[in-house]
Design a protein around this ligand. Structure first.
Ligand SMILES: N[C@@H](CCC[C@H](N)C(=O)O)C(=O)O
Length: 293
């Protein structure tokens, strides 16, 4: 225990919910066990991801730390980037803020109607950047299927790394897929040495797709921002959609645009969507020992 009072904010992006701790003001050593205890929906506060705001490490405005519901540290979170973007835009009064993450810098700006746009950077598409454990020349549709032989229910996903690893299966009916069953199997499939976020996507029109996601380390969520970006990139690579589309998730809509290639290769992905504040409070000191988990 630290002897200090630790405040938290509860926020969400389309129902993907976060406990946010500002470690710039109230620092403490966050372990996997403490993160798990805070994220626990019965004994802790409950959230899909635990987000920390920390001093910038490389000249940005802040560093954003991300822990999944299972306590593990991860590199990227699109919905949290919008939430922290909004907090830091309000705090600094700037027009654009740079949020450092383990995946690199994310620049957040204000969009229309109180929404926030985040530049998620350029997707990584080579098999060893996903990463996959086997070489695939073409990551637009890799050999992977589950379901009865000859009639797989999910097959040939596109794989994309947008700071974190994603596999996107295009299907006829996203609601017909039992993601609670297939999600954990695919998340832990040996092809994904760092595990993966698993989405099913249905193309509704050239400017509109619908997705559901089983998140690595968190399970089914109302929305996954990086999955929306990955699904957009996967759909564009398979020539299913235009470059700027609406992605409908169980929690609502995001706008995602994959910009044309820049001089470095692949263009950046921009994601725009809402941010919501739920409530604030102080952490029960017992959670800081991880003992409540
Ligand atoms: N909810 C997030 C993604 C959080 C991390 C993910 N579960 C992973 O393990 O990579 C989002 O909005 O992108």
């Amino acid at each position: 225990m630290t002897g200090m009072t630790h405040h938290f904010l509860k926020m969400n992006g389309l129902g993907n919910d976060f406990v946010v701790l500002d470690l710039r003001r109230e620092p403490f050593v966050l372990t996997d066990a403490i993160a798990r205890a805070i994220a626990d929906r019965e004994k802790g506060i409950g959230c899909d991801q635990l987000i920390t705001i920390e001093p910038a490490r490389q000249g940005g405005d802040v560093f954003m730390g991300i822990r999944n519901h299972d306590g593990g540290t991860v590199e990227a979170c699109g919905n949290a980037a919008r939430c922290i973007g909004k907090l830091i835009l309000d705090e600094t009064g700037k027009d654009a803020v740079t949020i450092e993450t383990l995946a690199g810098d994310t620049v957040a700006t204000r969009a229309e109607g109180d929404e926030i746009t985040v530049d998620m950077g350029a997707p990584r598409l080579d098999w060893n950047q996903i990463p996959l454990s086997e070489e695939f020349q073409d990551t637009r549709a890799i050999e992977l299927e589950i379901g009865p032989l000859g009639a797989p229910i999910m097959h040939s996903p596109g794989v994309v790394n947008v700071g974190n690893p994603h596999a996107v299966f295009f299907v006829e009916d996203v609601d017909a897929i039992d993601l609670e069953r297939s999600g954990p199997m695919l998340e832990h499939h040996p092809l994904f040495p760092e595990r993966a976020n698993i989405s099913v996507a249905k193309v509704l029109s050239p400017t509109h797709i619908r997705i559901r996601t089983w998140e690595r380390g968190a399970g089914l969520t109302r929305a996954c921002g990086t999955a929306a970006c990955a699904a957009t990139v996967a759909a564009i690579r398979r020539r299913k959609t235009e470059r700027k589309i609406t992605v409908t998730l169980p929690g609502g809509d995001l706008t995602v645009e994959w910009l044309p290639d820049d001089e470095n290769g692949y263009g950046h992905v921009l994601m725009t969507g809402p941010v919501a504040f739920d409530y604030e409070g102080t952490l029960d000191p017992r959670l800081l020992t991880g003992a409540a988990a």
